[in-house]
Design a protein around this ligand. Structure first.
Ligand code: GRF
Length: 195
């Protein structure tokens, strides 16, 4: 049974779907939900789902990313995860942290990578007049939003779409894509899936 730790920064809607998927004959179970924001709404949602939680506020560490990560590693390593899922986690991780988990750390990004790494992905797709948008689950490498793609899901950009309306349409697909990718990844299947 693979042990999965999930890192969040906010509401944790992706985390909830991942946790809810890990039941029955699923080859993995959630062992920790950790956040860089003690006020993250997802922490209460994880606790309500009986998943252990941890919060390490990144703000006291200021620009010292390595010091924050050293603090985060304490509860994280204590949970002895086999797989790390970044789910709405909004901190950039140092190469040293990434290399520690490389090959078993996944992230979901709200664009059809390699298009639109970074922030404001939906506004950028609309501004570019793209016919499609979507989300990607990828293995995390030291370069931001750049690792091998494990899964993608696409949606049409509708006339009149705003960043919010497009984000909501994509989020619904994120909630299907991430659990599907994790279930396969947990048994060593890394051939990409497309929804
Ligand atoms: C979502 O837009 C997702 O694409 C990105 O973080 C945002 C919030 O996700 N990864 P969640 O509701 O906290 O899972």
């Amino acid at each position: 049974m693979k042990r999965v730790a999930i890192l969040i920064s906010g509401g944790g809607s992706n985390m909830v779907r991942l946790v809810e998927s890990m039941t029955g004959d699923h080859p993995a179970r959630p062992v920790l939900v950790a956040s860089n924001d003690p006020a993250a709404g997802g922490l209460a949602r994880a606790a309500a789902l009986s998943v252990p939680t941890a919060a390490v506020d990144h703000k006291p560490f200021g620009p010292d990313r390595a010091a924050f990560e050293t603090a985060l590693l304490q509860p994280l390593l204590a949970a002895e995860p086999d797989i790390l899922c970044l789910a709405g986690f909004m901190r950039i991780l140092t190469p040293a942290f990434v290399e520690r988990f490389e090959g078993r750390m996944l992230n979901i990004h709200p664009s059809l990578l390699p298009a639109y790494p970074g922030l404001h992905t939906h506004a950028r797709a609309i501004a570019a007049g793209d016919a499609f948008a979507g989300c990607s689950v990828h293995l995390v490498t030291p370069k931001l939003d750049d690792g091998p793609i494990l899964g993608q899901a696409r949606v049409p950009v509708e006339p009149g779409d705003t960043a919010d309306s497009l984000a909501a349409r994509v989020l619904a697909l994120e909630h299907r894509l991430y659990p599907a990718v994790l279930r396969r990844f947990a048994v060593g299947k890394t051939a990409r899936i497309d929804l």
